[in-house]
Design a protein. Sequence first.
Length: 243
Amino acid sequence: MDFQDILPRIFIAFVLGAIIGLEREFTQKSAGLRTHILVTLGSTIFTLVSMSDFYYGLSHLPYDPTEDNRIVRDPSRVAAQIVTGIGFIGGGAVLRYGATVRGLTTAASLWTMASIGMLVGIGQTRLAIIATLLTFLVLFTIGKIERHFFTKNIRSANRLKIHIVSTAQAANPSQSWIEDHFKDNMIEVRIHSDAETDRMEMNFILNTMGRKNDVNEISRRLCRLPGVISATVKAYYENEDFS
């Protein structure tokens, strides 16, 4: 392939990776702008290299000077390893804090961008652009729809459960924040400490009847507190297990 054919594909891969990376960056995910650009660029470059320069010889065939039948190109060998290799990067974006698992959507976006990079590498730029727009639609627009309906359903519940995982030093500030904002609405509190990991797990049950609470904003504010590892807010019903 000529340099004039390769350079536009590299640039397109950079732009498409940046589009999804910016969305992840603005939402403060574990893998942001640089990671998505590099994954898209890397998969494009690997695909281009596999199509251009990687081949292997069949040494058992007799040499024919009129026809070089010992060289067999197999671009799928390198491209197939991209699918496997991206799993290691995606796995690094998935984090578990107690019962909470985060980063699955970001890992899926990295996996998707690797496939889009492969599309760019083989020259299917139109399809790659469409796939990028659909990926952005899923992450940005559908994400907002999910948060809207999730918040709406939470507001219809009479009780909220706040689950916080933090370091031992951050336990008191986190509990103080909850008490300051929901002092008259607190029903029950349970705190579990783990001396080996120096972590605290706190569960708060709050009475929200007559109040409108933005659960996403509560989670964001709690996560900004120093030492807070994760904070989840969800509807709580009396027949649920509190622990």
